[in-house]
Design a protein. Structure first.
Length: 223
């Protein structure tokens, strides 16, 4: 999606390093570019550890606020998205420790499907039967992914859903390429083949426009 910049230019044409340099020089309103550019990938990374939507929002807010406060420490040796995801994962683990009294373990297997985690294609031209099938498919995919153990779930989301390269995932998680391959293979084996084929749709765990806007507004009002 093309993002029109705050000052009227097309912000998607600005490299991350340029945006960051201008933020550090005083144009803090340009931080919105990074928010909108990386909301989706950060959401999916955090979603690999935490399932409750309100808790995910809290962790994402904390991640962006910490990233903004430490932006001068970003050296550009890794992609900004990788640097941001590392912060997000640390914040997710910290959240789990704080809420579970220091014990790192999976959240409840119950998934609240009252919120649409997957953004499906427009259904205004679908008949009721097809709409019902789309909804059921989305819930089946999400349920299958949520049943994966944490160490497999986050790999599956970052690699198969988000499409990150193994090298970037390794930087985020601090594990080797061979370890990534083993975990991904295990994750695929834990899911039924039919569900795995369906879950190649990148709309899985989409951070929808309204939630994206809400998070952007919160961050921009608190930096």
């Amino acid at each position: 999606m093309k993002v029109v910049g705050i000052a009227g230019y097309e912000s998607n044409k600005l490299p991350d390093n340029t945006v960051i340099a201008r933020i550090l020089s005083g144009e803090k309103e340009l931080f919105e570019i990074l928010l909108r550019r990386y909301n989706q990938i950060l959401y999916r990374a955090v979603r690999g550890y935490i399932k409750k939507e309100d808790e995910i929002d809290d962790v994402m807010q904390d991640t962006y606020l910490k990233a903004y406060s430490k932006l001068q420490q970003y050296r550009g040796t890794a992609a900004f998205s990788t640097w941001l995801i590392r912060i997000g994962i640390n914040e997710a683990l910290l959240h789990i420790r704080n809420t579970k009294k220091g014990q790192l373990h999976l959240m409840s297997n119950h998934t609240d499907h009252s919120e649409k985690i997957i953004q499906l294609p427009a259904t205004n031209q679908m008949n009721p039967e097809k709409q019902a099938m789309q909804k059921e498919t989305r819930q089946l995919i999400e349920h299958a992914i949520d049943q994966l153990p944490e160490k497999y779930r986050v790999i599956y989301l970052l690699k198969e859903v988000e499409g990150m390269e193994n090298s970037a995932i390794g930087e985020c998680l601090g594990i080797s390429d061979s370890n990534i391959k083993v975990r991904l293979h295990r994750a695929k084996n834990l899911m039924k083949n039919a569900l795995y084929q369906l879950s190649s749709d990148t709309a899985i765990f989409e951070f929808g426009n309204s939630r994206c806007n809400k998070l952007v507004d919160y961050i921009m009002n608190n930096i």
